[in-house]
Ligand binder design. Sequence first.
Ligand code: SF4
Ligand code: SF4
Length: 425
Amino acid sequence: MHSPFRNLANLRPLLKGRLPGQLIIQYSNHCNADCPQCGMRRSEQIHRSTLDQQRVKELIDTAAKNGIQSLSFTGGEPLIFLDDVVELTHYAATAGIPYVRTGTNGFMFRDSNSPGYLDRVKSIAEKLAATSIYTFWISIDSAEPDDHEAMRGLKGVIQGIEKAIPIFHEHGIYPSVNLGINRATGGRSRQPYLSEMDEQGFFAAFTDSFEKFYTMAMGLGFTIVNACYPMSDGTGDEHQAATGTIDTALYGAASQDSVINFSRAEKALIFKALFTTIPKFRDKLRIFSPRCALYNLMRKFSGHDSVLFPCRGGVDFFFVECEKGTIHPCGYRTETHRDLPDLNQRLGTISDCDLCEWECFRDPSDVLGPFAEIFTHPIKLAGKMFREPTFFKLLLEDLRYYKACGYFNGRLAPRFNAMQRFARP
Ligand code: SF4
Ligand code: SF4
């Protein structure tokens, strides 16, 4: 999540019932990795495309004019096109979009013992540092380096990341590690399945996996961490399979591989495990994942059918796919928007969408949604506060923690003294 709190002007949309707008642009679906959890891995026979720069610039112009404040360039692997992404990041900043993000699978950190390695990393860090990029993420899937590298097909990348992080820090970039939650988060040799153990065992296995992952992230030198909730394509989810709501996500970063497909009961325990693990590390790492949103997901998977705060996909948040540059509500829903709507307009009624758990859209909807309702639906909001006090208590704690984390500004060093207040045994 970005930090619209940093500048009060960025919060103006809340007065109109809107959230600060977010756009995710899938710049390309070319990739050089082999992740089993992803339909864009290099071995997949899919049509590959990359967006036309001019189309992206037009989108950026409209986005800036229409109130988009956060822009992410994703892939495939965006940094195959490093120079393009750098240019577009400049362009977005000039157009007035304050929070621009991109990331990598880390392919450029292989061969870290080769003679030109340090110069190569310095050159990348210099290029990114010359932009106003707010978040630069590196994806890691497992706390076991060998398992991560085998899954991605990127041998030696973890050692390279460890060498690269101090170089990024010297250039004023504090990379964030993105964990794509999967069964091998704690290692491939002990992948938990609820069909093979009881709930307590499954919960303990994931709690242990998250602890191992956060510990590894600190050891590598990361100071910011985010968790990408399972991007299963719905086939492992009884509800979605039964209702046919989502058969295949629009965004290709999904797969039917068992490493990433979870039942509803498993998801409930995974979210609970993450919710339980986060407080143990909040003083040591800047952890994006808001516990109020995880609480909502636990609530969802324990049978509550009412959505507390609707996802803003297709309302304030949008996704652009890389083939034709079409605009969609999110990476899941296939319907198209002819153009990016004007988010400066007051929001009318929106329908609740609860089809997936894509954290890019769900987390900020939960964290900022209540603030938008203060101005548009205060009585409805008061009812929610009365019915769900735990959510609001967690939200307040998340907001205090976000402030201590400098709103996850990836251009600033962590303030461990401010985060110390969140230390837990
Ligand atoms: S998850 Fe990312 S790095 Fe892995 S195959 Fe998919 S696009 Fe490539
Ligand atoms: S809940 Fe999922 S499917 Fe629905 S709008 Fe949000 S991101 Fe899209």
